[in-house]
Write a protein that binds this ligand. Structure first.
Ligand SMILES: [Zn+2]
Length: 460
């Protein structure tokens, strides 16, 4: 009889941890429910407004940016009464590529979380478009056709036809389709679905949003920005409908890089036919996206985009549905769905640094990683305030400092420290993540040592 209780406890632990690395049926269902038929309908409808340029007609009931904005708003409202839909509006003065004073409206749909509603994940795309009658002038941008920061717009040069189906009707379709599917479920954390505006005028809508979020100290745990996920054919004939690029800013252990690694691991688990290619850069060369203002405000944000674009269609009247691939867009949305649903269901990530208690650097953060009593071990500690009730435990992850992704994972149970015997902390990078009883994993928090203080030396 004495053996019985520990044995039961051990069995329970085995059963619970059997969920780790398995597939969560809810996430799987969400991935499978993404509908190519609906994605196609959204992309066609967005094309039907002729243009969604921010300087186009705001009042026409069927054409222009105003009609498009009102339609997206109504669609969000129709998906679920649990979605809180609003315009995030600004009056922006004429300056640079804002060629006249203009009212701008991001469209925001919030699905409030259950246990951690204060923590948010954002999925975004931009619904505004741009097409010019003559090529924009300015500094070279690598030949992609993207307006460089110093290229100026003029009202006379704007084409009345700017369908923007790939750029970025496709990303808008991702936001809308996921709002539709995911609003039928509950998540621990809040998910915010955003169609940004005035991306084409210099990331204006997202910059205003990110600045406000920072000012209000909002907790945004990650942003998945989808911009140009509409094509699978490059202008040079290269074709691939089964991979997606994820761009993340340096340094190598930045929160954004961890989000990118998470997208790869989780998307490929739930949707293995589709490959995530990580690009260790903030964005494509010389080109911008709505994740950048979040990075600039210190938030974790990545860009998801197709590796195959036809530059001849970008920012022209030929960025049409006929030149897009709704089946590719649907696949990219499924990849997003897996990562976003897992993130919003998962426990929050543990904390791996703490304030220094004494000495001249008192109060500054230091990483909770040491060499242990032996001085030859890796001794890891972490904290997690108010752990979720369904927390199963923690996973220590490791990789060589030169390796791009985590190489080894060790489930260490519901503890707040773990020592790896005879493991050097000098040539290995460590991280820790939380996992719940359904197998949902948090983002990894890496152990990042702070910079060494500059030597202060007096000479005589
Ligand atoms: Zn774009």
């Amino acid at each position: 009889m004495k053996l019985r209780l520990p044995l039961l406890a051990a069995m329970a632990a085995v059963c619970a941890s059997a969920q780790y690395k398995s597939v969560n049926p809810t996430v799987k269902k969400i991935v499978d429910q993404v509908s190519e038929e609906r994605v196609t309908a959204i992309m066609k409808k967005l094309e039907s407004f002729d243009t969604r340029n921010v300087f186009s007609d705001d009042d026409n009931p069927t054409k222009g940016v105003g009609a498009a904005r009102r339609w997206i708003f109504q669609q969000f409202q129709s998906y679920s009464p649990r979605l809180q839909v609003r315009f995030d509006s600004y009056k922006v003065k004429k300056k640079g590529r804002i060629i006249r004073d203009v009212e701008l409206h991001n469209i925001v749909a919030v699905l409030p979380g259950t246990t951690n509603p204060e923590r948010q994940f954002i999925i975004s795309g931009h619904y505004d478009t741009l097409a010019t009658l003559r090529p924009l002038t300015g500094t070279p941008d690598g030949g992609s056709g993207q307006p460089s920061p110093d290229s100026q717009f003029s009202l006379e040069n704007l084409s009345p036809i700017a369908p923007g189906v790939s750029d970025d009707g496709s990303g808008t379709a991702a936001v809308m389709e996921l709002a539709h599917v995911m609003s039928q479920y509950e998540f621990e954390k809040t998910i915010v679905f955003i169609a940004f505006t005035a991306e084409e005028e210099g990331l204006i809508g997202s910059s205003l949003y990110a600045r406000k979020a920072r000012g209000e100290n909002q907790i945004i745990d990650g942003v998945l920005n989808n911009d140009i996920i509409g094509t699978e054919v490059s202008g040079n004939g290269r074709i691939d409908n089964s991979s997606l690029w994820v761009f993340s800013e340096d340094p190598d252990d930045s929160p954004s890089r961890e989000l990118a690694r998470y997208v790869k691991e989780v998307s490929e688990r739930y949707y293995p036919s589709f490959k995530i290619d990580l690009v260790f850069r903030a964005d494509r060369l010389g080109r911008g996206g709505d994740h950048t203002p979040f990075n600039q405000e210190g938030y974790c944000a990545v860009r998801l985009t197709t590796p195959n674009e036809t530059y001849a269609n970008q920012h022209t009247p030929t960025d049409t549905f006929a030149n897009a691939s709704p089946s590719y867009t649907t696949r990219a949305i499924r990849a997003n769905a897996a990562a976003l649903a897992s993130l919003a269901l998962a426990p929050k990530a543990p904390v791996t640094n703490e304030p220094i208690k004494t000495g001249p650097r008192k109060g500054q953060p230091t990483t909770m990683l040491g060499r242990g009593k032996s001085r030859y071990d890796a001794a890891l500690r972490w904290t997690n305030e108010n752990p979720e009730p369904d927390l199963l435990g923690y996973v220590v992850v490791m990789r060589k400092s030169t390796s791009p992704d985590w190489e080894r994972e060790i489930f260490v149970g519901n503890v707040n420290q773990y020592t790896l015997k005879d493991v050097s902390i000098d040539d290995v990078v460590f991280g820790v993540k939380a996992v719940d009883k359904d197998g949902n994993e948090s983002l990894v928090t890496p152990y990042v040592p702070g910079p060494r203080a500059k030597a202060e030396i007096e000479t005589y």
